[in-house]
Design a protein. Structure first.
Length: 150
């Protein structure tokens, strides 16, 4: 089942970079930007992660949490966060289970995991989905726009 705008975020749980479990049910009561990206330490993924880092205070000022997800390991996430001073959590979806639950398609002729951002309101409703494999910084701009920050 592919999620779409207006649906409630599906139930899932993943470990963050510290090995702590994060449940999608914990998103209720908070606005959330949930972005799926292909791989730590690659050019466009680093650009996207750093764009979210650079705008993080704007999101926080509006009580919006930012969470990234890729299939990289917890150890890889720890290194990626440290190397790029990322102030938000990264969740490890090594089996691509959540990527599949959320209906994130593969990009680049099906060879690489897709790059998709979900904007979720405080009721757990998906308000916006942005899918673009090659436009890393636009994921941040679209999230800011959807939440009326810019």
């Amino acid at each position: 089942m592919k999620v779409s705008i207006g649906m409630t975020i599906p139930e899932f749980s993943l470990q963050n970079q510290s090995g702590e479990w994060v449940y999608s049910s914990s998103f209720y009561g908070k606005k959330t930007v949930l972005f799926f990206y292909p791989k730590d330490d690659t050019f466009l993924c680093t650009k996207e992660a750093c764009c979210f880092r650079d705008q993080y205070q704007e999101f926080r000022k509006h009580n919006i949490q930012v969470i990234g997800i890729s299939s990289d390991s917890i150890d890889s996430h720890q290194s990626f966060i440290k190397k790029n001073s990322l102030p938000y959590p990264l969740l490890s979806d090594e089996s691509n289970k959540v990527r599949e639950i959320m209906g994130v398609p593969n990009g680049l002729f099906g060879l690489l995991p897709g790059r998709v951002t979900f904007c979720i309101d405080e009721h757990g409703i998906i308000k916006y989905i942005f899918n673009s494999s090659f436009s890393a910084d636009n994921h941040v701009n679209e999230a800011l726009r959807v939440f009326d920050i810019i």
